[in-house]
Design a protein around this ligand. Structure first.
Ligand SMILES: C[S@@+](CC[C@H](N)C(=O)[O-])C[C@H]1O[C@@H](n2cnc3c(N)ncnc32)[C@H](O)[C@@H]1O
Length: 366
C-alpha cells in the first residue's frame, strides 16, 4: 500500500465525517420544523432555556436539550450562557438570530429554507429502493415520496415564487403582463401543488389558467387549494387524461423546475410548441447548470448537494420510465436547453436577468 500521509488522512476523515454530521443534523432540522421548535424560538421575546422551550412546545425537556445542543453546535441556532453557582444545564439559553429566524421559521420569507427538510424522511426511505434502480436503471417518480413529498416541494419553491414571480419575473417577459391583464390562456406544466398558478390566477382575473401535473398527491392538494381560493379561472389536470392542447391556442406556458425531472423532456418541449400560439411565450425556469461536470463541480458551491438531490429525486424521476432521458438536476444547462428548445421548433431563446440562488430563467418563443 502507498505511504499514508497522517495529516492528509486526518483531513480526509474530517471531510467524510462532516458529511455524516450533515446527515444527522439534517434529521434534527426536520424534527425542529416538524415539532415546532424553531417556530417556538421565533415567537419568544428573549433567549430560552431548554426547560422554557420544552414548556412552549409541550415536549420532554431532556430530548429538547439534546436537540438544542446539536443545533447550537452546528451553528444553526444561537446560544448564550448565564453562569450560576453551581452551574446547571439551565444556564444555557438558545435563540434565533434574525437571519436564522427567516430561514428556519418564516414560512413567508423568500429565504425560508426548510422545504427540502420537510420530506427528508420519505426521501431517505428510498435508500431501500435505490440499489434496485442502480441495477435496472428505473427510478421513482415524485409520488414515491407520498403527499409529504408534494408538500415539501411546495414549501421549497413557494416562498421565493410568492415574493418574486409577479413583481420580478413576469415583467421581464416581452409583453406578457399586458397580454395576461387583457385576458389570455396560460398553461403551467409540472405545476406541483399549484402555487404559482393560483398566484397568477388571482392577479390576472381575465385570464384562464390550467395546471398540468402527473403526481396524484400534488394534483389532490392543488384541487384542495383551488377550492379554498374560490378562483374560477384556474383548473388542474393530469395531461394523461386531459392532454395539453395541440392547437397553438396557449399564450403563455410556464415550467418551473420540472423539465429536467421529466422522462421525455424533448417530447414535452414539442408538446409545448404545439400548445403555444405563434405569438406566445414559454417561461422556462430550471436549475442554473453548467455544460460539464467539471464546470458544475468547480463553479457551483452546491454541486455535491445538487448531485445528491439529483440521484435521489430528479434523476430518479427522469429515469422513472423505460428510456427515460435522465437529465438530472444539473443537466439542463442554458446551451442544452436552447438546443433542445430549437429542435422542438422554437427559434428564440433569451436568458432573463433574474437573480436566484439556484434557478435560471429563460424566455423561449416560436
Ligand atoms: C420539482 S417539482 C416542481 C413542481 C412545481 N412546478 C413547483 O415549482 O413547485 C417537479 C414536478 O414535475 C412533475 N412532472 C414530472 N414529469 C411530468 C410530466 N411529464 N408532466 C407533468 N408533470 C410532470 C412532477 O410530478 C413534480 O411535481
Amino acid at each position: 500500500m502507498a505511504d499514508i500521509d497522517p495529516s492528509k488522512l486526518q483531513l480526509f476523515q474530517f471531510i467524510l465525517f462532516t458529511k455524516l454530521e450533515g446527515a444527522f443534523t439534517s434529521a434534527l432540522v426536520h424534527l425542529g420544523d416538524r415539532l415546532g421548535l424553531y417556530r417556538a424560538m421565533a415567537s419568544a421575546t428573549a433567549p430560552l432555556t431548554t426547560m422554557q422551550l420544552a414548556h412552549l412546545t409541550q415536549l420532554n425537556e431532556r430530548w429538547v436539550r439534546e436537540w438544542a445542543y446539536n443545533q447550537a453546535a452546528a451553528k444553526l441556532i444561537s446560544t448564550e450562557n448565564e453562569p450560576s453557582d453551581p452551574p446547571t444545564v439551565q444556564d444555557d439559553k438558545f435563540f434565533l438570530s434574525p437571519e436564522q429566524m427567516v430561514v428556519l421559521a418564516s414560512e413567508d420569507h423568500p429565504a425560508f429554507g426548510l422545504g427540502m427538510f420537510h420530506s427528508l424522511r420519505q426521501t431517505m426511505q428510498l435508500l431501500d429502493d435505490l440499489p434496485e434502480s442502480f441495477r435496472t436503471g428505473i427510478g421513482q417518480n415524485y409520488d414515491s415520496r407520498g403527499v409529504e413529498g408534494a408538500i415539501g416541494m411546495e414549501r421549497n419553491f413557494e416562498p421565493w415564487t410568492n415574493a418574486n414571480l409577479l413583481s420580478k419575473v413576469l415583467p421581464k417577459l416581452d409583453g406578457v403582463v399586458d397580454v395576461l391583464t387583457k385576458g389570455a390562456k396560460i398553461a403551467d406544466v409540472g405545476c406541483g401543488t399549484g402555487g404559482a398558478l393560483l398566484l397568477m390566477g388571482k392577479a390576472f382575473s381575465k385570464s384562464n389558467f390550467t395546471g398540468y401535473e402527473i403526481s396524484k398527491y400534488a394534483l389532490a392538494r392543488a384541487a384542495e387549494r383551488l377550492d379554498r381560493s374560490k378562483l374560477t379561472n384556474v383548473s388542474f389536470a393530469d395531461p394523461r387524461d386531459q392532454p395539453i392542447p395541440t392547437n397553438n391556442s396557449v399564450d403563455l406556458v410556464t415550467t418551473f423546475d420540472c423539465i429536467h425531472d421529466m422522462t421525455h423532456p424533448l417530447q414535452m418541449m414539442q408538446a409545448i410548441r404545439s400548445a403555444i400560439s405563434d405569438n406566445g411565450t414559454w417561461l422556462l425556469v430550471d436549475i442554473k447548470a453548467h455544460d460539464t461536470f467539471t464546470m458544475n463541480a468547480t463553479q457551483n458551491p452546491m454541486a455535491a448537494l445538487l448531485y445528491g438531490v439529483s440521484l435521489m429525486v430528479c434523476l430518479s424521476s427522469s429515469m422513472s420510465a423505460p428510456n427515460g432521458a435522465g437529465i438530472g438536476t444539473l443537466g439542463l444547462s442554458a446551451n442544452t436547453a436552447e438546443q433542445m428548445a430549437k429542435s422542438a421548433g422554437f427559434t428564440r431563446f433569451r436568458k432573463l436577468d433574474v437573480d436566484h440562488a439556484i434557478n435560471a430563467f429563460y424566455e423561449i418563443r416560436p
